[in-house]
Structures are given as C-alpha cells and as structure tokens.
Design a protein around this ligand. Structure first.
Ligand code: NAD
Length: 498
C-alpha cells in the first residue's frame, strides 16, 4: 500500500455510527431510550452512542428469536438453502471488508492492517465453512434387530444467546454464529460494551443476504446488564460464552438459577511455550514474539509463559527481547503499524499493574515496561519481556491480557511439563524441539486443548478450539461445534412382522 494513512483517517472522520440494537430485522432504540457513549482507544475520539440494553431489551429480542424458531422460517429451510444464504452472508462480509476493518480498529484499537488481513477474512471464512458443512453432515441409524428402526438425529437447540468479548469481536461472534445459524437456531448476540459496532453491522449484512428477520438479533449492553439478563432468560436454550474465567463462572450460576440452559464457556488462558535446546531457535524466538505481541497481547491463547531450557535460557530471552522494539505501538490507522492500542484505560492500568507486580516480585525487565504514546490520548503499552520469572509470581500465574511475556527456566523435560501444567488454565501450549520423540511425548503430557508443535496458531477452521481446566468447556470451530448448538434425538420405530 502506498501510504494511504490519510485515507483511513478521512474515512474514520466521515463515519456515522449507528449504535441502535437490531431486533426482528429492524434497527431499534432501547426500550428505556438509554444509551452509553463509546470512545475509541486509539485517541479517545467519540465514536457514537450505543443502546444500553437491559432486561426488557433482551426480552424483546428473545421473543423475536423464539417466534422465528417456532415458525421454522429458518430451521425449516433445507440445509442447501441455509447454505446459500450463509454463503451470501460471508460474501457480504467480504464486500464490506474495509468498512468492517475500520470499525474494528476504531472500536478496540488493533492495527488496521490486521483488521483487514486477519479479522475480516477469518470472520467470512468461518461463516463459509459452516455454510459448506451444513448440507454434508449426516445423521445416524443405530444397529437394531429387524423389528425396529432407530434414528439418531440432531435438531437445532432453539434460541442461542451468544455473549462475546472485545479482543476479536467479529471472529468470536462468527465462531458462535457459524455453527448456531447453520444448524437452524435463532441467535441473540450480546457484544462487549467495548466493541459493539461490528456485531451490529454483521447482523445487517446477514439480513441483506436473506437471513429471515428474528433469526439473528443483536442487543448491546453495558457491563453485565444485558449479558446477565440473556444468561438468566428462561426462554434461552443455550449460552455460547467467550470471555473471562470470572464471568464464565457466573454463566454457570445463571443457568443453575434459571432453566438449566446449556452453557458453553470459552475462557482465559496462560499458555506455555516450551523451548528445548534442539529446536530451531531463531524461528522459535520470532514466533513467540509474534504470538505474544499480536493483537497487543489481548489474545486468549497468547503464549504468555515462555519456558526455556537452562542451557539456552539467557541467550534465548535476550534474543526475544531484542525483537520487542519491532512491535513498538504506533497509530493503528497507519497500515505500517503492527501493534496498536489496548482496548481502554482500565485494561492499560491492569497491564501496567502487572508490570509493577513483576518488578516488585523480583523479575527483571529486559524490554519495554512503560506506557507509550500518552500524548495521543489513547492507551498504549510497550512490548515487555520479563526474565527471572518463577511459577509462583503473579505474572506467571494470572492472565495479563497485554503485551507482556514472562520467561521461566527449566532443567529437564519432566520439569518443563510439570511447570507448564501447573496452571489453573489449559487453553493452548507450544513445544519446540527437533526430536520427534520428545515433541510427541511432551505434546501428549501437556494438559491443553491445543498443542502446537514447532509453530504457533497456524491451525484453521477444521480443528476444535477450546480449553481444559478453567479455560472452559465445549469447543468452538470444526464440526464438533455443532454439538453445542444441537440436541441429540432418538426416534425408535417398531416394525411389525409381515
Ligand atoms: P469479560 O468476561 O469481562 O466479558 C465477556 C462478555 O461478557 C462481554 O460481552 C461482557 O459485556 C459480558 N459480561 C461482563 N460481565 C457480565 C456479567 N456479569 N454477566 C453477563 N455478561 C457479562 O471478558 P472480556 O474482558 O470481554 O474478554 C477477555 C477475556 O476473554 C479473556 O479472559 C480472554 O482470555 C477471554 N477469551 C477467551 C477466548 C477463548 O476462545 N477461550 C477467546 C477470546 C477471549
């Protein structure tokens, strides 16, 4: 690109953002008329007012979703027809690529280059993947005697509440919408108050593509207000939640206090990246830096614990620290920028608080460690690398959700595995070794939903994504995601003899 920076800025200035909810195919104000103001973390600019959804807004959206489900305007369509409409939805996302990318960048601070190259295409790819799958998934017939026919079929669950975070607003929404809509459910999506705009545009694009009204509704809200009402709602059949482990716990309580709706939690992480001396150390260093600093470190699967063998630990930590300046935050609207702003002031304070905690607990800061670009009016933190970290320090145990890497040392394979597994989380891990036996042994021993070997995050829609332990239950992506949004029905028919 030939420096189109002014272009993005001009476009940003010209945007008129609509923060109304989308219910039953229509943009609507909140029932109470209340809104909240959304500002951009890039520079504090005002983006617009957004509906502050409450229980009555959730009631209205759930009623629309229920009506759409009960009259089978969507679930009753042949899978091949649902496929076509969802494919048009994905095409519409790609056609609106620049607008969606700009909204994502303004809303949550990630660089425009990644919104364009990663978030928008991944969102479209996810919808396409489930569209293509839906008329290729067969049900089962059980082995029975001649006097019976036993069908095992999958039916849509009904009304699905999707509650998503702000770090990948569109992709996280798509991971719920793809399988839930393809299977024939109706959805009420509750985006984060920190990133509401792309969810609303996605619903408009879906409706333009032919999705019937009421099938995909969006209710923005502030803090827990709309999310709690949705998760407590007696007429919601399942909640697909992605967010923090703290709020994931509440989702289970809400289900217990209401209708025992299914709850699928995709939660936090503290993923370990294990480097053995026989690995390709140059590529390992570049990969861990790329992966921890991507998206400002605001990735659930960010490899925030780097575990390195004693014999190479100092040299390897220095190598990673030397790469950090490459990720120095800059203006997210500049296409050359690789690291942008943290989502808001609160998140920046949390991250800076962890940096202080690391220093106070005796870790040594090899790179970064400070706020950056304060005069922009936005919320930026330098890419930060800590060495001398032990597994008892807070920066090794707790999810920071920012550009902070903790380097720990291990003496042998057994200690490496024990340290990696000594975490409340179990989302992902990565093993680096050119010894195929070691790579397999360690991959088997790691308690994580995904183990990467000699790479990080190169997987695609074909494989499940989710966590062991307090990183969640259920899985997003792949055909396994249909398990979350379908009920399994047995139909046993008696066949009389002639
Ligand atoms: P969060 O838990 O604060 O919020 C998630 C969603 O829940 C938001 O929409 C929020 O408005 C809503 N919410 C907040 N309080 C609520 C309440 N009391 N009742 C109902 N809803 C409520 O998380 P976040 O800060 O938006 O996102 C960051 C977290 O998400 C991190 O922990 C990250 O690891 C996790 N995450 C996990 C995955 C995964 O696939 N495992 C992917 C992305 C992010």
């Amino acid at each position: 690109m030939n420096n189109p920076t002014p272009n993005w800025r001009e476009r940003a200035a010209a945007l008129a953002l609509d923060g109304r909810a989308l219910v039953d195919g229509q943009r609507v104000a909140g029932v109470s008329g209340e809104t909240f103001e959304k500002r951009s973390p890039i520079d504090g600019r005002r983006l617009g007012d957004v509906v502050r959804g409450r229980a009555e807004d959730v009631d209205r959206a759930v009623a629309a979703a229920r009506a759409a489900f009960d009259d089978r305007r969507w679930a009753g369509k042949a899978p091949a027809v649902r496929k076509k409409i969802l494919q048009r939805f994905a095409d519409g996302i790609l056609a609106a690529k620049e607008e969606l990318a700009l909204l994502e960048t303004l809303d949550m601070g990630k660089p425009i280059r990644w919104s364009l190259a990663v978030d928008v295409p991944a969102t479209a790819r996810c919808i396409t993947w489930y569209a293509e799958a839906v008329d290729k998934v067969y049900d089962e017939i059980a082995p029975t005697a001649d006097n019976a026919l036993a069908l095992i079929t999958r039916e849509p669950m009904g009304v699905v509440g999707a509650i998503v975070p702000w770090n990948y607003p569109m992709i996280m929404a798509a991971w719920k919408l793809g399988p839930a809509l393809a299977a024939g459910n109706s959805v009420v999506l509750k985006p984060s108050e920190k990133s509401p705009f792309t969810a609303l545009r996605l619903a408009e694009i879906a409706i333009e593509a032919g999705l019937p009204p009421g099938v995909f509704n969006v209710v923005p809200g502030y803090g827990g207000e709309a999310g709690e009402a949705l998760a407590l709602h007696p007429d919601v059949d399942a909640i697909g939640f992605t967010g923090s482990t703290r709020i994931g716990r509440r989702m289970l309580e809400y289900a217990g206090r209401s209708n025992l709706k299914r709850v699928y939690n995709e939660l936090g992480g503290k993923s370990a990246f294990l480097v053995f001396p026989d690995a390709d150390l140059g590529r390992a260093a570049e990969t861990v830096a790329d992966s921890i600093f991507f998206n400002q470190g605001e990735s659930c699967n960010a490899p925030s614990r780097l575990l390195v063998h004693d014999s190479i630990a100092d040299e390897f930590a220095a190598r990673v620290a030397a790469l950090a300046p490459k990720y120095t935050p800059a203006d997210p609207l500049d296409p050359a920028t690789v690291m942008g702003a943290l989502v808001d002031e609160q998140q920046m304070s949390t991250v800076l608080g962890y940096i202080d905690a690391g220093l106070a607990e005796g870790a040594s800061c090899l790179a970064g460690g400070r706020r950056a670009r304060a005069d922009s009016g936005g919320f930026y933190v330098e890419p930060t690398v800590f060495a001398g970290v032990t597994n008892t320090m807070r920066i090794a145990r707790e999810e920071i959700f920012g550009p902070v890497l903790s380097v720990l040392r291990f003496a042998d394979e057994a200690q490496a595995v024990a340290m990696a597994n000594a975490s409340a989380y179990g989302l992902q891990a990565s093993v680096w070794s050119d010894n195929v036996h070691r790579a397999h042994r360690v991959a088997r021993a790691l308690r994580a939903g995904t183990v990467h070997v000699n790479q990080y995050d190169e997987d695609d829609m074909t494989v499940p994504f989710g966590g062991y332990k307090q990183s969640g239950n259920g899985r997003d992506k792949s055909l396994h995601a249909f398990d979350k949004y379908t009920e399994l029905k047995t139909t046993w028919l008696r066949i009389n003899p002639a």
